[in-house]
Design a protein around this ligand. Structure first.
Ligand code: NAI
Length: 544
């Protein structure tokens, strides 16, 4: 947009994309008729950031900081991203998990600015019209939820809007995806949350959730309307209930550009941790045996991707499956069990029923245990000591969230394995020192994957997202773990480097997209340089 097309006067000050607030220069103030509408002396972006830090420090809780940052985002997008990107380690937990959970619960009462699009099922047949109401015409990324399974908090109705808003902020802050290309969407099919249904201030549809054919038809209408209105758009499904997440992904993943971060992002980031762990344990994936504690949706996604990665190393599909075992609330998964879902049957291998997880470890001699059980402390002292007896460097991944549900703490894993555990967790643990050795454990956080994938899709105009791209993403993240990280026990790069890590990973993923012939653009000579030049940077453009 050139200076003649920009809004002027107070309209410019209310446009978050072009508003600079006190950073408008004197010339800009004169040209755009905002002289006198701001205090007279301009401040540059660095000083605006410093002022925002003072305001943030003055607040008592992270939810209050979330609200302040959200207000800044609605007023001055550049300042919002400049603040967040100045210190991702500090601000990611405020703009996304864990604080975003509280924001979703309080959304109807506290969060006012409509920065996303709502698609109520009462508008069925007109989704196309509603999408056309979005002011930006070149939308490349939609993150969409129906609010039914928000983090571990269950049904939050339209309060679930906090999730696509937060996730897309991470696309930009961590992966450099230009914010004007992103669109957060909440599909409202009602809510089964009684508290919301009885709340006079609730602004979503006050009806029980629509299920079955009517629900499926509405999702179909949504996907088709997106193809029409935003033909280059990638759709990311987020926080849908398991019964919808899997069928929606399977229905569309071979037809349009789409992925599910809860399923595929989780799997990829865990695989990234395993690839980095190999640099400590030595060998390749096929030298390992994986025992999952928990056989639910997280286990299924991770296990399927590990199996695919094993096949990439040359194993047959059958041999790859034999490397992956699962133990759930009813014991070891074996073919005799009558309670298994189809996805679990693939990982049920003949074996006598183990009496305990400890016995399963003793029998199977796994090199890695992956906790996705939602039950805290199941990786107890006996479990970890046994893993450390069997393996020189046992891989211990307690992935259950939040911290209170982690199968063990970092300290327990390191202490009980005499400092030999190769550790990553779903929730963060602070650095610790044991017997004069310092450990800074890494967090298996999907943010290492989806912003990088998004940037690769943006740079290539990718048409479809095959599973193998998640293996490439995992390898690209693992390759950026330094020896210094490994020496500290950290098998993921530090979050403070997330922007650079994501752009490097995006280049590797984009290269694979070109190789598969899935790009809509021609491959540039220097992929990384092209991605770096396309990536969003939080600075004010000159409007003169
Ligand atoms: P889910 O409810 O689908 O599955 C839980 C599984 O644990 C079931 O198979 C159940 O039988 C098993 N289980 C329950 N009690 C058990 C016990 N006492 N012993 C053995 N197994 C037991 O849950 P879902 O969606 O698979 O998530 C599991 C956990 O993984 C959650 O805490 C979630 O926060 C975490 N997670 C972590 C991610 C990450 O680190 N990036 C990503 C996704 C999930």
């Amino acid at each position: 947009m050139n200076s003649y097309q920009l809004p002027t006067g107070s309209t410019l000050l209310h446009n978050p994309r072009y508003n600079k607030g006190t950073a408008f220069t004197e010339e800009e103030r004169r040209l755009f008729h905002i002289e006198g509408l701001l205090p007279p002396v301009p401040l540059d972006l660095q000083r605006q950031i410093a002022r925002t830090f003072i305001q943030l420090d003055d607040l008592a809780t992270d939810f209050q900081r979330y609200r302040l940052l959200n207000e800044i985002r609605a007023r001055n997008e550049t300042l919002f991203y400049a603040v967040v990107m100045s210190d991702p380690e500090r601000f990611l937990p405020i703009i996304y998990t864990p604080t975003v959970g509280e924001a979703c619960q309080k959304f109807n009462h506290f969060i006012g600015s409509p920065m996303g699009l709502y698609l109520p099922i009462s508008a069925k047949g007109r989704v196309r019209d509603l999408l056309s109401n979005w002011p930006e015409k070149d939308v490349r990324f939609i993150v969409v939820t129906d609010g039914e399974r928000i983090l571990g908090l269950g049904d939050q109705g339209t309060g679930g809007m906090g999730i696509p808003l937060g996730k897309l902020a991470l696309y930009t802050a961590c992966g450099g995806v230009p914010p004007q290309t992103t669109l957060p969407i909440l599909i409202d099919v009602g809510t089964n949350n009684l508290e919301l249904l009885h709340d006079p201030l609730y602004t979503g549809l006050k009806q029980p959730r629509v299920r079955g054919q009517e629900y499926d038809d509405f999702i179909d209408e949504f996907v088709q309307a997106v193809q029409e209105i935003f033909p280059l758009c990638c759709i990311q499904w987020e926080d849908f209930a398991n019964m919808h997440a899997e069928p929606i992904l399977r229905r569309w993943q071979h037809r349009v550009c789409t992925f599910n971060d809860d399923m595929q992002g989780t799997a990829a980031v865990t695989l990234a941790g395993l690839y980095a762990a190999l640099r400590i344990t030595g060998g390749s994936l096929k030298d390992h045996k994986f025992l999952f504690l928990g056989a639910g949706s997280a286990a299924a996604g991770i296990a399927e991707l590990i199996t695919l990665a094993l096949q990439e190393e040359g194993l047959s599909a059958e041999d790859a499956l034999q490397k992956v075992w699962m133990y759930d609330a009813s014991g070891l998964l074996t073919p005799e069990r009558k309670d298994l879902a189809p996805f679990q049957r693939r990982f049920a291998h003949p074996h006598h029923p183990a009496q305990s997880f400890l016995e399963a470890i003793q029998d199977l001699q796994p090199t890695a245990i992956i906790g996705v059980s939602t039950v805290p402390k199941l990786f107890n002292q006996d479990v970890i000591r046994l893993m450390a007896r069997i393996n020189k460097r046992p891989i211990i991944f307690p992935l259950s969230n939040p911290t209170s549900r982690s199968e063990c703490s970092a300290e327990e894993a390191y202490r009980w394995s005499d400092g030999r555990a190769v550790f990553a967790s779903g929730s963060p643990f602070a650095p610790i020192e044991i017997d004069c050795q310092r450990f800074a454990p890494g967090q298996s956080n999907n943010v290492y994957i989806f912003p990088a994938l998004a940037m690769a899709i943006y740079a290539t105009g990718c048409r479809l997202i095959p599973e193998e791209l998640f293996i490439t993403a995992a390898k690209a993240v693992a390759n950026q773990v330094t020896q210094e990280d490994l020496d500290l026990g950290r098998i993921y790069p530090p979050i403070k480097k997330i922007y650079d890590v994501s752009l490097q990973a995006a280049a590797a993923i984009a290269e694979h997209i070109f190789r598969l012939g899935l790009a809509r653009t021609a491959p540039p000579d220097d992929l990384l340089a092209t991605i770096q030049s396309l990536a969003y940077k939080p600075c004010y453009p000159s409007l003169m």
